[in-house]
Design a protein around this ligand. Structure first.
Ligand SMILES: Nc1ncnc2c1ncn2[C@@H]1O[C@H](COP(=O)(O)OP(=O)(O)O)[C@@H](O)[C@H]1O
Ligand SMILES: CC(=O)N[C@@H](CCC(=O)OP(=O)(O)O)C(=O)O
Length: 309
């Protein structure tokens, strides 16, 4: 006859219990809240990292938090455009998008990157449902250009989300699912009606719009650096936390992909999120570490009158 080995109350057991107990106040405060995670192409670079991200989302879901994933896929799009012989050009952190490129981008985001993410999340249970801004009119977008060195630049078929209907996402959350959203959006006219065109939206920008529409508690964007640097690329200038007002002052000096990312973080906080975080997607389980305020990586952004929750 065998007997199960009784766990000894040694240090290892105590440590495990202590980790769970340390998370208890955060879990109690955040159960039932929405957290929007922007999963960027540069943070999706390895299988173990993708796996760790999916595990974090499923664990948060079981802790009672409602994770919503908005994904990018910049490097994956670059690879496809290269295969098709289409040049990639970025202005102010946004891709100049021809109609030909748009077709490929829509295919890569909704047909490849989203499918892979949904499949990873569903490896252990029926959690994830993928949708794009086109589904159930989730997004409405208008064409936008950008300003580089004081000059207006036409970006082609690039959009900015001007309307989000939270209902399709809420319905999925209510059904116990994890929504996984691709950042392509139908163009809408002045009356909010679809024109029949589709636009390429930066995924950080789309994620912030989703966070605001859902009244998310937090907006977390993964990237491929430690966080926001005050004086990029000086590695000693990493900012661990800042207020919306401090970010507004830094924004004009930012470069490349950090421009839309920090604009999105600001928009999320201005729109009601208590916190936005730029976290290092190269650190396995960076999203799960978010539940331990003392162990968070990256840069935390809070409203001017906020305190770090
Ligand atoms: N001030 C800054 N702090 C951190 N990164 C910066 C800064 N300015 C520019 N960058 C660049 O922005 C990149 C992140 O943007 P991007 O590549 O669009 O991210 P992702 O694909 O993860 O969404 C970093 O890898 C870095 O090269
Ligand atoms: C307009 C614009 O720039 N759209 C982005 C959409 C994907 C994205 O944002 O992906 P990451 O988050 O991985 O950068 C693009 O075409 O690359």
């Amino acid at each position: 006859m065998t007997h199960p080995t009784a766990p000894t109350a040694g240090p290892a057991v105590q440590d495990r219990a202590a980790v769970l107990l340390e998370a208890l106040p955060w879990i109690r405060r955040h159960a039932g809240t929405v957290m929007v995670f922007k999963y960027g192409g540069n943070a999706m670079v390895s299988e173990p990292l993708r796996q760790a991200f999916a595990e974090d989302m499923v664990l948060l879901h079981h802790l009672g938090v409602h994770p919503v994933v908005v994904h990018g896929g910049g490097p994956q799009i670059n690879r496809m455009l290269e295969r098709l012989g289409i040049a990639s050009e970025f202005r102010g952190g946004l891709r100049v998008t021809s109609r030909e490129a748009l077709e490929a981008i829509r295919m890569v985001l909704t047909g490849q990157v989203q499918r892979e993410l949904v499949s990873l999340l569903n490896a252990t249970g029926p959690y994830a449902v993928g949708l794009s801004g086109e589904d159930a009119r989730l997004f409405g977008a208008v064409r936008r250009g950008t300003v580089v060195d004081g000059e207006e630049v036409d970006l082609g078929w690039v959009g900015e989300v001007v309307a989000v209907d939270p209902a399709p996402v809420r319905q999925l959350l209510d059904a116990g699912r994890i929504p996984v959203i691709s950042s392509v959006a139908p163009e809408v006219d002045g009356g909010g009606e679809p024109t029949g065109e589709v636009l390429n939206v930066n995924a950080d920008t789309a994620a912030a719009a989703v966070a605001v529409a859902l009244g998310a508690e937090a907006f977390v964007a993964l990237t491929d650096v430690e966080g926001l640097y005050a004086d990029w690329p000086d590695r000693d200038s990493l900012i661990s936390s800042l207020t919306a007002g401090q970010l507004r002052e830094l924004l004009p000096g930012l470069q490349s992909g950090m421009i839309p990312k920090m604009e999105a973080a600001l928009r999320a906080v201005e729109g009601g999120a208590r916190r936005a975080a730029i976290v290092d997607g190269r650190v396995p389980h960076a999203c799960l570490l978010e539940i331990f305020p003392g162990a968070r990586t990256g840069t935390q952004l809070i409203p001017d009158d906020g305190v770090l929750p």
